[in-house]
Design a protein around this ligand. Structure first.
Ligand SMILES: NC(=O)c1ccc[n+]([C@@H]2O[C@H](COP(=O)([O-])OP(=O)(O)OC[C@H]3O[C@@H](n4cnc5c(N)ncnc54)[C@H](O)[C@@H]3O)[C@@H](O)[C@H]2O)c1
Length: 328
């Protein structure tokens, strides 16, 4: 299968491109490198362009004639979304509509879209299943919901088939340490905790220690990025075989607390994570974790590398040499 990987120079997209190549598919990365890394594109050609550029999309569809699209390209930092909502809607929503229009022009039907558990908003019950109401509480989540709705309308009209994969907390790194998580700014827990334990930067802030959870800190669902990548391959296969659109959670179904993550980081690094206990942040739900029954049944998805120990070990294997050269 030839697959156009939009945002394939980013964290999750690069892992998906690698997984595609490993099983003999042909990824073509399309990325404007606004957040992605050229050195993460190793498993196929790079088209350095923006999804909002209609001519560039047309040229890529004409040149490569992809059988399907994996669509990771987006603005992802929740805080920036609150400060710059129009830019977020422009990139995430207008950009995605341009992608759908290009797919129609070029007769490409199948798309796997990177959605998020943020489309659910405050949980009304746990674990979160795909039937949970979608009431996102921030701009980021609302842009992802808007794209899901556009996909639903296009699928209803018979124009495309889609899989909307609602990731929980993507984490970890490729086992051989060649690609990993490098967001700028980095707001994710594990890379920041590794940095703190390595003695680079300040201590970790733990937001909220009096939630009604087993140790008072928030519970989240961490899924190894390689498991996520496999989820994309399975979603592509289901779309190709069935011509039936679907939305699907990708997590582990197991909640891990923030303090448990810090403990795992301390054990792997061999030094405790320096921490500051801080007030709760507005909008942080006490617990978020997935019901992955549908992923198990429809995709035959099983998380294989997503114990918190494995996730942290793989992330550390990626980051350690980079921190060492940063500190030198
Ligand atoms: N990281 C997570 O935990 C997480 C959780 C849920 C959903 N997601 C979604 O998964 C996707 C990938 O996330 P990530 O963590 O790999 O982010 P990332 O920032 O590492 O990757 C996004 C990639 O898209 C590219 N891009 C952005 N706008 C573009 C545009 N207009 N044209 C072309 N390329 C563009 C960036 O250069 C980058 O390479 C995103 O859509 C994100 O919303 C991520």
């Amino acid at each position: 299968m030839k697959v156009l990987v939009l945002g394939g120079a980013g964290y999750i997209g690069a892992h998906a491109a690698k997984a595609l190549a490993r099983r003999g598919d042909q990824p073509v990365v399309f990325d404007n490198l606004s957040a992605g890394r050229r050195e993460f594109v190793k498993w196929g050609p790079l088209v350095e362009a923006d999804i909002r550029d209609r001519a560039a999309l047309d040229a890529a569809f004409r040149a490569y004639r992809p059988d399907a699209v994996l669509h990771f390209a987006a603005s992802i930092e929740v805080g920036i979304g609150e400060r710059e909502p129009v830019a977020f809607w422009e990139n995430n929503v207008a950009g995605s509509l341009g992608v759908l229009a290009a797919m129609q022009r070029h007769g490409c039907r199948n798309i796997v879209f990177s959605s998020t558990c943020a489309v659910y908003g405050e949980p009304e019950y746990l674990p979160l299943d795909e039937r949970h109401a979608r009431q996102p509480i921030n701009t980021y989540g609302r842009t992802k919901l808007a794209v899901e709705q556009a996909l639903e309308d296009a699928a209803r009209a018979g124009v495309i088939d889609f899989a909307a994969l609602r990731y929980f907390n993507a984490s970890g790194a490729s086992r051989d340490g060649d690609i990993g998580e490098e967001h700028e700014p980095e707001t994710h827990l594990i890379p920041n905790a590794l940095k703190a334990a390595a003695g680079i930067g300040g201590p970790m802030q733990v937001f909220g220690t009096n939630f009604a959870t087993r140790d008072g800190s928030c519970v989240r669902d961490f899924i190894h990025v390689d498991d996520l990548a496999v989820g994309h391959l399975l979603a592509l296969d289901r779309l190709a075989g069935r011509r039936e659109s679907f939305a699907c959670n990708l997590g582990t179904g197991q909640g891990v607390t923030v303090l448990e993550v810090l403990d795992a980081v301390g054990q792997v690094v061999g030094r405790p994570v320096p921490r500051l206990l801080a007030e709760r942040r507005q909008g942080d739900a006490p617990e978020l974790y997935a019901d992955i029954g549908f992923a198990r049944e429809a995709l035959r998805f099983t998380p294989r590398r997503s114990s918190i120990q494995e996730i942290v070990q793989d992330a550390w294997r990626y980051h350690e040499p980079r921190f060492r050269s940063e500190a030198a």
